[in-house]
Ligand binder design. Structure first.
Ligand code: MET
Ligand SMILES: [Zn+2]
Ligand SMILES: [Zn+2]
Length: 422
């Protein structure tokens, strides 16, 4: 097969990466303009939805020949997390390509790569004369990194979405340091917990019981024991990262401020600690809640707690939110075959250790698979010097070409009761 010149493909990727869509002030309109111009160059229908003003969600459409069949939705988010510019080897919004082909940019892995790879794959399919049977939709959504409430959540619950008659959703996954791509059928749920201790203030020289600091330290010790027990399961190879409960302290807030720092000889009457907890969909949610109330923030120790965010691991019917990976879900086998056809290797289905917008689609009863085709790549999302090698990026386009071809040609009827068999 004749290899085309890859430079325009890489330039388009760089152009998207150079748009600073980092929180707290993502340049959503610039990203939207860029995607819209790409869509028009590909003759895709486009629609801009604004569930919240200033937060555009782009919906592109490649019509299939049989609109009665449920459609394919390829989702990606346009926002990225902030970057500490001075700690990067290359400016995070320069999309610098080094001599070995590494493209450095915030969003190069998470997940501007995926959004553009979908489009590049469609460009190749169109050029080859391919015509989809099922309609293919692409959504470019805002705000994933801050919870997706004004983006994918509103979209998935909207009438516009219902009218798309989506049958399968693809969303983001993770890079893989090995040659095997990773695919995710579920994800852990974020619980952002804040515990607060109170106690009588007193002289810094006095030893007495029930101070706020003592109370919170006891809780922190208890949290750390639990954290270690979960981490040990991973270290011993008994559980995967997505199968245990992770707990990491996000902040500690205590002390009596003074103009020169903190008052040293006064024991504070309040102390707070915040934790990012991630709960697998199959975890015993009740027992964790009990642990928090009884061990981490017991009222007997003058403690209270609240959640800044608490996503339930169960849907409205009390079932864990996950996508089937067995024969009841033909999309999984189709993904495996399509990756293989494009000379890729796929690892075993996993639970995504962090959170993505895929949960909003799963909550609608739809199968959703997390997949970002990046093999032989260190996991650098949210890290300094996030990069993707251009050869991996180009390989990923061919992987999507194969997947989109296979998904959109699949003419079998998928039973409507798929969700009930999970
Ligand atoms: C739950 S909002 C944050 C979303 C982000 N993707 C994360 O996993 O941290
Ligand atoms: Zn992401
Ligand atoms: Zn992210």
């Amino acid at each position: 097969e004749e290899e085309e010149d890859s430079s325009p493909i890489i330039s388009r990727f760089q152009k998207y990466l150079q748009i600073n869509t980092a929180h707290p002030k993502p340049l959503y309109q610039e990203a939207a303009d860029f995607i819209l111009s790409e869509a028009s160059s590909l003759s895709l229908d486009s629609q801009t939805l604004e569930f919240v003003p200033g937060k555009p969600l782009l919906l592109l459409k490649w019509p299939g020949s049989d609109p009665s069949l449920p459609s394919i939705l390829l989702n990606s988010h346009t926002d990225v997390v902030p970057a500490e510019h001075d700690k990067w080897a290359h400016h995070p919004f320069s999309a610098h390509v080094d001599p070995s082909g590494k493209i450095y940019a915030r969003g190069s892995q998470d997940m501007k790569c995926v959004g553009l790879q979908y489009l590049e794959a469609i460009r190749r399919l169109k050029a080859s004369g391919f015509k989809p049977t099922r309609t293919v939709y692409l959504s470019f959504v805002p705000d994933e990194e801050i919870g997706g409430h004004d983006g994918a959540e509103k979209f998935a619950e909207s009438d516009v979405f219902k009218a798309l008659n989506v049958g399968i959703v693809l969303d983001e996954g993770l890079a893989s340091p090995s040659e095997h791509y990773r695919a995710f059928y579920a994800e852990r749920c974020p619980w952002w917990l804040i515990i607060k201790a109170t106690g009588a203030p007193g002289h810094g020289a006095k030893l007495y019981d029930n101070t706020a600091m003592e109370n919170i330290l006891k809780s922190i010790e208890s949290v750390r024991r639990f954290r270690a027990s979960q981490f040990d399961l991973v270290k011993a190879g008994l559980k995967a990262e997505g199968e245990v409960v992770s707990v990491n302290m996000a902040f500690l807030k205590a002390g009596t401020p003074s103009p020169t720092g903190f008052v040293m000889n006064l024991q504070p009457s309040e102390a707070e600690a915040g934790f990012d907890i991630r709960v697998p969909p199959t975890a015993d949610q009740e027992s964790l809640e009990k642990r928090i109330a009884e061990e981490w923030a017991p009222s007997s120790r003058n403690m209270t707690f609240r959640f800044k965010q608490k996503v339930s691991v169960l849907d409205k019917s009390g079932r864990p939110v996950l996508t089937a990976t067995d024969s009841s879900n033909p999309w999984w086998a189709l993904l495996e075959e399509a990756v293989k056809k494009a000379n890729g290797k796929l690892g075993k289905p996993e639970i995504f250790p962090a959170s993505t917008d895929a949960r909003y689609f799963r909550l609608q009863g739809l199968p959703a698979i997390g997949f970002s085709p990046m093999a032989n790549t260190p996991i650098l999302l949210h890290d300094h010097n996030e990069f993707l090698n251009k050869d991996e990026y180009l390989k990923g386009i061919k992987i999507y070409e194969s997947i989109i071809k296979s998904y959109s040609s699949y003419a079998e009827h998928v039973p409507a009761g798929l969700r009930d068999e999970l």
